[in-house]
Design a protein around this ligand. Structure first.
Ligand SMILES: Cc1cc2nc3c(=O)[nH]c(=O)nc-3n(C[C@H](O)[C@H](O)[C@H](O)COP(=O)(O)OP(=O)(O)OC[C@H]3O[C@@H](n4cnc5c(N)ncnc54)[C@H](O)[C@@H]3O)c2cc1C
Length: 373
């Protein structure tokens, strides 16, 4: 039986990037994943010639040139720029809040007109507080952007996401609500963004080139305590509470569920991302996957399209663990598990599940590139 330097449990971006780095350093790795495919949450399923982001839309964005150059050295990235649109009872608004949005909301034409409108509405909200601090998300948002933006673009969308009234949500969830007084629909402020040409699976394939892999292989069922028979070290990227047998209890997560279907039209909604910001529509967003990778005539050269409705769903064990819940209970619980992890010999806990921390993709790559083997 082959002996490895590293057994890597989890083939997501953390595990795959770690395997790349270890291989470059001459180490032998075995990467396993309990799912039937490699790639973790960036995995895409090919349907109708379109890469469908199976675990939610993924847009790579970063200010870090080293990370951007690294991923582009493996697979060139396209020029996709995230410009979501909001649909409120059939009215369309550009996001993030910028001069296009303000013009659509109020018919204003200049930054001065837009600023005057927002300032007047913010002043109204501050006057209503009468010197007190905002006590909940609703008061906070009204003070930041005023009633029109709050009512049409924030309130019901946020309530769908959290399953609670904005008045019952804490103010800290929305610390800042950036408004831009320029006509710029680019969602990210980062210098670099895009999607790997050919999809994320190509990125994962390149990261794992030359590395032994096994899918449908659960670390606990197939290796567990005996992993040292296979490798000198373990890189564990699964849930940290599961690794320790949930001995202190389970960590909570938030999740999203998807309803994906094929539409018999080349262009269903004209954009990759449309947010539905009113309660009458049960889903929060509709993703049309082809727009991440097909531009101009290519949209029409592919005769059908694939769309996914996204629903905010209450998490129950067994569902996809998407976003950590960083409230006091879960933070304290995660700290207790982290203390156990720190004492574990020859095991590196890395990635969003093992660290119980939300990471975008670029910071994951950055973190792995900095690890000293
Ligand atoms: C809905 C959603 C949308 C996102 N959109 C973006 C975006 O637009 N831009 C961006 O930069 N980032 C985005 N992210 C973040 C991105 O998904 C993460 O940064 C990235 O997936 C983290 O990689 P990872 O390896 O830590 O985790 P994962 O990709 O989750 O990989 C962990 C892997 O470990 C495997 N595993 C777990 N337990 C075991 C076990 N016992 N045995 C074997 N294998 C196991 C899992 O099957 C999984 O494949 C998004 C995240 C979510 C949830």
């Amino acid at each position: 039986m082959t002996r490895y330097d590293y057994l890597i449990a989890g083939s997501g971006l953390f595990g795959a990037a770690f395997a790349w780095k270890a291989r470059k350093a001459g180490r032998r790795c075995l990467v396993i994943d309990k799912r039937p495919h490699l790639g973790g949450n960036v995995y895409c399923e090919l349907t109708e010639g379109i890469n469908v982001h199976k675990y939610g839309a993924h847009i790579f964005h970063t200010n870090n040139k080293e990370v951007w150059d690294f991923v582009n050295s493996l697979v060139p990235f396209n020029r996709y720029t995230n410009c979501p649109v909001a649909n409120y009872h059939g009215e369309l608004y550009n996001l993030p809040f910028n001069m296009n949005t303000f013009s659509q909301l109020w018919g204003v034409r200049t930054p001065a007109e837009a600023k005057a409108m927002i300032d007047a509405q913010r002043a109204e909200a501050l006057a209503a507080l009468d010197g007190r601090e905002p006590q909940n998300l609703e008061e906070q948002a009204l003070c930041l952007v005023g009633k029109d933006i709050f009512r049409k673009l924030i309130k019901e969308y946020t309530e769908k996401q959290w399953g609670r009234d904005c008045k019952e949500l804490p103010a800290f969830i929305i610390r800042r609500l950036p408004v831009r007084f320029v006509f710029d629909n680019n969602y990210f402020n980062d210098s670099y963004q895009g999607i790997p040409i050919g999809g994320y699976n190509v990125l994962i394939e390149r990261l794992l080139e030359g590395t032994d892999t096994r899918v449908d292989c659960n670390f606990f069922a197939e290796y567990g305590d005996s992993w040292r028979e296979t490798a000198d070290r373990l890189v564990y990227t699964g849930p940290i509470d599961e690794y320790f047998g949930y001995q202190y209890g389970r960590l909570d997560w938030r999740t999203v569920s998807f309803k994906t279907r094929v539409e018999d039209t080349p262009n269903y909604q004209g954009n990759a991302v449309i947010n539905y910001t009113s309660h009458d529509v049960p889903y929060t967003r509709v993703i049309e996957h082809k727009h991440f990778e097909m531009f101009g005539q290519a949209v029409y050269d592919c005769p059908r399209t694939v769309v996914s409705e996204e629903y905010s769903t209450e998490y129950k064990p067994g569902m996809e663990q998407f976003y950590p819940v960083n409230d006091d209970r879960n933070n304290a619980l995660a700290d207790r598990y982290r203390a156990l992890a720190a004492a574990e010999k020859d095991v590196l806990f890395g990635g969003r599940l093992a660290e119980y921390k939300y990471y975008d993709m670029a910071p994951i790559i950055e973190k792995v590139l900095r690890i000293e083997l």
